[in-house]
Write a protein that binds this ligand. Structure first.
Ligand code: TXA
Ligand code: MG
Length: 663
């Protein structure tokens, strides 16, 4: 109903966020209330006097006070929407509260009058009559008041109006009051006792209570309340966003009525900052707060902390990066890392595939730290990295027939083999399973560290779980800084995607995760080897736990453009332009040959089309680069799913969560 009326009477009725439109809504609800209440007053006074029922007359007067309320609401809103003038630079918004206060005082006053009348009625009780017409008027009155309760509550919530909240409460009281009269009248009729005065008394007490509560609430607003949690949160968010500001205090909010709220706050800024720098930061926060909350914030600055000292303190918690150029010259760095491993710490290491986050693989507590640092699901087992083939024996129960030959030819290298585990291997490493994954990496740095530490290293890829694997020390640092002790920086990795995982515990062998070595190479040793079903068919549950998780995902949304898609580049260009029109930042990853066609869009290279090794090496770091550039959407050119392309697409499909654009 209010909505329908609003359409007729309020211009721009849809823009309910505007204070002036809100004021119009309140006035409109005032007019509607006035009309309904006057109808009730007339009918109740007529019926009340005809039947000489003090309860119904009281109720009528109660509605009369409500009509006055509505009039005051209307006048109050008219006055409060008057613009600011010289005498009242903060505008007239507080008149809304003042009119609420007058209304509530009047309500108390009427309540007192009704108490008096009811007591008189009890003392000299008269004959009581109750007709169908009386009953009808009471029922209609209950319905009308219930309706008023509903629309006032709705409005109070939508535009946060104290006046409508008061009116809603008042309407609910009236529903109760009139219901009581109705029930009492029926009891009176059937018992012959005249309870009219008592009903009147109950109602008048209700009226006083409502009035009192309203007085309390509006007085509190007028005195000035502490900022609401909502206001604090909104302002705090803006202040926190600014790295420059270390903390704040003494936030005060001054409410001058609808659409006019001022606030002051003290913030702490670095002593080294120049006045100009401070001013520009403060100015930005003030504008952001005004734009987002409508509150006019005034900021006072306290130069209170030293940026330099703060940096130094933080520096102590940071992960150390040790560059390794030469195994001999950098031996002290490797020894330091080996000490950390022996003491149960975490060291990120380069391998030929991706960087690994390593810990002593025989120490449950150390392994546990890996899961925490990465945020890795507990049921995803880790690979044990060994420094020499001879380390294998004590970690596994048996070495099946073809394994020897495979290890001879393909180790050290990007191949992980699954064996039955020995008792030495902690359950934490295998996630409680009876098999263990083992790999002899082809990285001198990794193998030397394993030798120096004297234990196998449990090491998953050194990224936060779910993100693209890191292929250089900076990408590790970006994800894990301050969560781990050391990063050994051995430059960018050669291969760029993780090792092939081959399960030797099943007959014929099974590839659980595709990698650099494809099925053709493996089948030279295991002629009947298969790919795990989940790698080739949708909806199959993978045998390797790690394959079931969301993976390799940058922050941006990824779309793959299928290799066989006709006019693929044109489709990529169109989609990019569409998103950019919607103000999304788009990045494209394509083969070198196609870059020119897509310029001036933001486009990066995956290497020459013929050279999938380069694509494998670049893919993760380019996805991360796009994140650093702050793109929302990444469009990637797909490749044919065979040999290395099969492994690359396995990773890409996951980072795109299956979003592939096909013919
Ligand atoms: O190239 C690589 O393998 C890199 C470098 C650091 O060596 N490591 C790596 O680890 O990719 P991670 O934890 O991100 O992936 C290991 C994969 C997971 O999918 C895991 O579920 C699987 O190997 N895996 C480990 N142990 C397994 C087991 N006993 N049975 C089946 N799958 C296993
Ligand atoms: Mg991983």
């Amino acid at each position: 109903m209010i909505k329908i009326l609003a359409k007729f009477f309020i211009k721009d009725y849809k823009e309910i966020d505007r204070p002036d439109i809100q004021a119009k809504y309140i006035s409109l609800s005032g007019y509607l209330g006035l009309f309904l209440n006057i109808c009730l007053v007339i009918s109740k006074l007529v019926i009340g006097f005809l039947s000489s029922s003090i309860a119904i007359i009281s109720d009528g007067f109660n509605n009369l006070s409500d009509s006055v309320t509505s009039i005051i609401a209307i006048l109050g809103m008219k006055a409060s929407s008057k613009p600011a003038d010289d005498e009242h630079p903060q505008g007239h918004g507080r008149l809304e509260y003042i009119s609420s206060l007058i209304v509530s005082v009047l309500v108390v006053f009427v309540g007192l009058e009704l108490v008096k009348a009811s007591i008189e009625n009890i003392v000299n009780s008269k004959e009581f009559t109750f007709s169908i017409i009386q009953a009808g008027v009471l029922i209609i009155s209950i319905l009308v008041k219930f309706y008023m309760y509903i629309y006032n509550t709705g409005l109070a919530k939508r535009i946060n109006s104290s006046l409508n909240k008061a009116l809603a409460l008042d309407s609910l009281n009236d529903v109760m009051a009139t219901s009581i009269i109705f029930v009492m009248s029926i009891i009176s009729k059937y018992t012959g006792k005249n309870l009219d005065g008592y009903a009147g008394l109950v109602i008048s007490i209700l009226v006083i209570k409502t009035g009192y509560e309203l007085v309390k609430e509006t007085v509190s607003i007028l005195l000035g309340e502490k900022p609401s949690d909502e206001e604090i949160e909104k302002i705090e968010n803006e202040i926190r966003n600014e790295k420059f500001i270390s903390s704040y205090h003494d936030l005060k909010v001054h409410n001058y009525g609808r659409g006019k709220t001022l606030a002051t706050v003290h913030v702490e800024v670095p002593v080294e900052a120049s006045v100009i720098e401070v001013h520009s930061v403060i100015d930005k926060v003030e504008r952001d707060v005004l734009r987002k909350t409508g509150i006019e914030l005034l900021i006072h600055t306290d130069p209170s902390y030293s940026l330099r000292e703060k940096k130094e303190k933080e520096g102590k918690m940071q992960t150390e990066i040790l560059e390794i150029w030469d195994l001999e010259k950098d031996r002290p760095k490797l020894e330091k890392a080996a000490e950390i491993i022996k003491n149960g710490g975490l060291v990120a290491i380069p391998t030929e595939t991706v960087y690994g986050l390593s810990a002593n693989g025989l120490d449950e507590k150390a392994v546990e730290k890996i899961f925490i640092a990465k945020g890795r699901p507990q049921d995803n087992p880790l690979i044990l990295h060994i420094g020499d083939i001879s380390d294998l024996d004590r970690l596994v129960k048996e070495i099946p027939e073809p394994a020897r030959e495979i290890m001879d030819k393909l180790w050290p290298g990007p191949l992980t083999l699954i064996f039955k585990k020995s008792d030495l291997v902690p359950d934490k490493v295998t996630a409680g399973g009876d098999t263990v994954a083992i790999r002899l990496p082809n990285s001198e740095i990794a193998r030397e560290l394993i030798r120096l530490a004297g234990v196998p290293l449990a090491a998953p890829s050194a990224n936060i779980s779910g993100r693209p694997s890191p292929t250089n020390a900076a990408d590790v640092y970006f994800d894990l800084n301050s969560r781990i002790d050391i990063i050994l920086d051995g430059g960018a990795t050669e291969i760029g995607i993780e090792s092939t995982v081959l399960d030797l515990t099943v007959e014929d062998g099974m590839i659980l995760r595709p990698g650099f070595y494809d099925i053709d190479i493996i089948s030279e040793f295991l002629p009947r080897v298969t790919n795990d079903k989940s790698l080739i068919e949708n909806g199959k549950i993978p045998k390797s736990p790690g394959q079931k998780y969301k993976h390799y995902a940058p922050k941006a949304e990824v779309y793959i453009f299928d290799e066989g898609l006709s006019s693929k580049l044109e489709a990529m260009k169109n989609m990019a332009e569409e998103y950019e029109e919607k103000n999304k930042k788009v990045g494209l990853l394509v083969f070198e040959e196609n870059i020119d066609y897509l310029k001036p869009l933001l486009v990066k290279s995956l290497g020459p089309k013929k050279d999938l090794r380069t694509m494998a090496r670049l893919i993760f770091s380019q996805l991360r680069e796009m994140d650093r550039l702050g793109v929302d959407i990444i469009l990637v050119e797909g490749v044919e799913e065979k040999s290395l392309g099969f492994a690359i697409m396995n990773r890409l499909r996951k980072s795109a969560a299956g979003k592939i654009i096909k013919n």
